[in-house]
Design a binder for this molecule. Structure first.
Ligand code: AMP
Length: 281
């Protein structure tokens, strides 16, 4: 496996691969890799000639009070995972490599961000879209892989690719979970032992909401209250939001047909967890 830190160098490699009609599968990550990332890498390995993974904790997508500095990192472990999963190029730039001078232009996401994490993390998706625009120009991938765990991110990326005519196929990968339903996440290591035992309630309560909706329950506000209550009664977590919206537009559910997302975010003492379920009504 080749490790590249210099953006220009990566772009030269990718340009040559594209000239040679070699299909590039790209998996952007922030590292501290787990089974969820492995699922993306496996999918990329199946359908491309070359797999490029980036590991970059992007300061632009963290708010001033968020966990940029304490975000978990373990490059040696990540390198081994990358080798195990058949990654060809690991792109691991420094912040200075990616942002050598203040950006003259940033991307501002205007749709699909009023609700969910967009509401609780102002500017987050602008930072995500900006770094992905840079990464897409560097990697020039054929296929790019994102997890459904970050469903709002997926919806934003879909908009970015369409609006800016990136010639990239977006592949959405199912959420990988622990046995109790907790979505695998780099931030799970920051749960205390007790919180870890409680944290499965997030997925379970979202799954219960899904059942209620499928059974035909009409009162969405009531379902949301039930979910909040279930989480806060069965854990020490504090609900940031629980929402039931259309997907991928993330608007209020008016007609009871089409794709629906039931999504939630919960604060534990040192970790904010998110999860969702997307299904057809
Ligand atoms: P991150 O390193 O957290 O930025 O995540 C990198 C990619 O892995 C994103 O596309 C995430 O949606 C995806 N991902 C994270 N956790 C999971 C999971 N449990 N299952 C599937 N994909 C995931």
């Amino acid at each position: 496996m080749n490790i590249v830190t210099n953006p220009k160098k990566l772009q030269e490699i990718a340009s040559q691969l594209n000239d040679d009609r070699i299909r590039i599968g790209f998996v952007p990550t922030m590292g501290y890799l787990h089974e969820g990332h492995r699922a993306l890498l496996k999918e990329a390995r199946k359908n491309n000639d070359i797999v490029i993974m980036s590991i970059f904790v992007n300061p632009l997508q963290f708010g001033p009070k968020e966990d940029l500095n304490s975000y978990p990192r373990d490059l040696e472990h990540d390198k081994q995972v990358a080798i195990d999963e058949g990654v060809d190029y690991l792109f691991h730039p420094s912040v200075e490599d990616m942002y050598p001078s203040p950006m003259s232009v940033k991307i501002k996401v205007q749709r699909r961000t009023e609700r969910l994490c967009g509401q609780s993390r102002p500017g987050h998706f602008d930072g995500v879209a900006t770094v992905l625009t840079k990464l897409f120009h560097l990697v020039q991938p054929t296929n790019v892989y994102f997890g459904k765990k970050d469903a709002q991110q997926l919806a934003v990326v879909q908009g970015l690719i369409e609006d800016f005519h990136f010639p990239i196929n977006l592949v959405a990968v199912n959420t990988v979970r622990e046995e109790d339903g907790l979505a695998k996440s780099s931030r799970n290591v920051r749960l205390s032992e007790i919180e870890r035992k409680e944290a499965g309630i997030l997925y379970k309560s979202l799954a219960n909401a899904r059942v209620e909706l499928i059974k035909g329950k009409k009162d969405i506000k009531d379902i949301i209250l039930q979910v909040k209550d279930e989480i806060e009664t069965n854990s020490s977590g504090k609900v940031d939001y629980i929402e039931i919206l259309t997907y991928p537009d993330l608007e209020e559910v008016k007609e009871r047909t089409g794709s629906i997302i039931v999504a939630g975010a919960v604060h534990f003492s040192h970790a904010r967890l998110i999860d969702n379920i997307i299904f057809e009504l």
